[in-house]
Design a protein around this ligand. Structure first.
Ligand code: HEC
Length: 399
């Protein structure tokens, strides 16, 4: 107690002497550059988040909530642990200094600052493709099923390539930011996709865990706040004339219901690109007992290809009961951490690309480990439906 009192007294003396203190952060100078880069992708009018944060008027009443949310690392949503595999390309992570700015700004009463300090409004051009070779759209607009909170629907978007073509970058532009919660593009056989689409009169078909037909692999994904994805330089994913893109859209109707017609833009290679594999890692041998907490399951995938594999990126995937998912690589001790998701959240899945590939030697392995809680009275196993689970990842790799 004496210590506290004397410290307190010292502070009073200091401020009474008028020691200059640093001016508090302001919205235009300190906060707006961060929210433009890290929040406005979702917190803008018409965005997936329930309120905008892109003007001082909108952000001021939220200042304390913003500070609390970034301090607790709830926002911006980003599942990968900073201690494993990163820093990833386009990571949505705030620095300790940025988190402190939110706190200091909120405590100072959320001052606006000089209007002239505000950075220019971001042009979305920076996030988009340098060249678009094909623009594809859902055949017709789709309105999510009114009986469902979450509607998973697959649609054909047909690039109609006439020869084997390398996709080197893509940009998925949701038709409605309000209802589109994530999009995954798969390459699939044209005839199978057309047959599946013809099964009912509505556009597309219902699909939860994957596309529901044998796919030839994923091509890419979009989730709120996401921008265009350019594959690592000199690499791409091959698309054949016999294939279409089957696009899985997860519609969530918490923010209301409106029609969506999502667009996919593709950039094709100029020749000479290395074809990447999107290797599916399937750890499907688990049986999660009723009422289990923290049930863990892992499998190892050995590189038996006969050549080293360059691992550039990962897209981990579980369903709604997942708690954690981790990918490690190595010979026997799995000493390289590739990606670790300590708090899995089905709503914020994304892909994690490395700026430099990790080389997986011949006979080295990738180990994937998942854990779940099972609040139900059923034993839960691998499956495509909402009530089943997965321990799955796509790995973007080249020879
Ligand atoms: C990828 C989309 C996305 C990004 C990026 C994002 N938010 Fe959010 N935010 C949401 C959604 C959706 C909700 C409402 C649902 C929820 O709470 O998850 C939300 C809720 C919030 C809330 C209220 C709930 C809470 O956790 O306190 C605050 C405050 C918030 N965001 C602040 C921010 C700030 C500040 C940033 C940037 C530093 C940011 N968000 C970036 C999507 C996003």
């Amino acid at each position: 107690m004496p210590f506290f009192r004397s410290t307190f007294a010292g502070l009073l003396v200091l401020s009474a002497c008028g020691t200059p203190s640093t001016p508090p952060p302001t919205f235009t100078k300190d906060i707006l550059p961060i929210t433009q880069a890290q929040c406005a992708g979702c917190h803008a009018t018409g965005g997936i988040a329930p309120f905008a944060l892109d003007t001082w008027e909108a952000a001021k009443p939220m200042a304390a909530a913003m500070a609390a949310s970034v301090a607790a690392k709830r926002m911006p949503p980003w599942l990968a642990s900073a201690d494993c595999g990163g820093p990833f390309v386009d990571a949505r992570v705030l620095t300790a200094e940025q988190i402190a700015l939110f706190d200091a700004w909120a405590k100072a009463g959320a001052p606006e600052g000089n209007k002239s300090d505000a950075p220019a409004a971001p042009s979305s051009a920076g996030q988009r493709l340098s060249r678009v070779d094909a623009t594809l759209q859902m055949p017709v607009a789709y309105t999510p099923d009114e009986t469902l909170r979450d509607d998973y629907r697959c649609f054909i978007v047909d690039p109609a390539v006439t020869k084997s073509t390398m996709v080197t970058a893509y940009d998925i532009v949701p038709g409605s930011q309000k209802v589109v919660h994530h999009v995954i593009l798969y390459a699939a056989s044209r005839s199978k996709a057309v047959a599946e689409d013809a099964k009912d009169t509505k556009s597309g078909w219902e699909c939860f865990g994957g596309v529901g037909i044998d796919s030839d692999g994923a091509l890419g994904a979009w989730a709120p706040g996401g921008s265009a994805v350019v594959f690592p330089f000199g690499t791409g994913i091959r698309l054949e004339p016999t294939q279409v893109l089957a696009m899985q859209v997860h519609y969530n109707t918490d923010n209301g219901r409106e029609a969506d017609q999502t667009t996919v833009k593709l950039q094709y290679g100029v020749g000479g690109e290395t074809a990447a594999y999107l290797l599916p890692l399937v750890a499907d041998g688990f049986r999660i007992p009723p009422s289990a907490t923290g049930y863990t399951y892992s499998e190892k995938f050995n590189n038996t290809l006969g050549f080293p594999l360059k691992i550039w990126g990962m897209l981990p995937h579980m369903h709604t009961l997942g708690k954690t998912i981790t990918l490690r690589a190595g010979a026997s001790t799995m000493d390289t951490c590739l990606v670790d998701i300590p708090r899995w959240d089905f709503h914020w899945q994304s892909q994690y690309f490395r700026p430099k590939a990790h080389v997986l030697g011949t006979n080295e392995s990738v180990e994937m480990k998942c854990s779940w809680d099972n609040p139900t009275t059923r034993t839960i196993t691998w499956g495509e439906s909402t009530s089943d689970e997965m321990c799955f990842a796509f790995v973007y790799a080249t020879p």
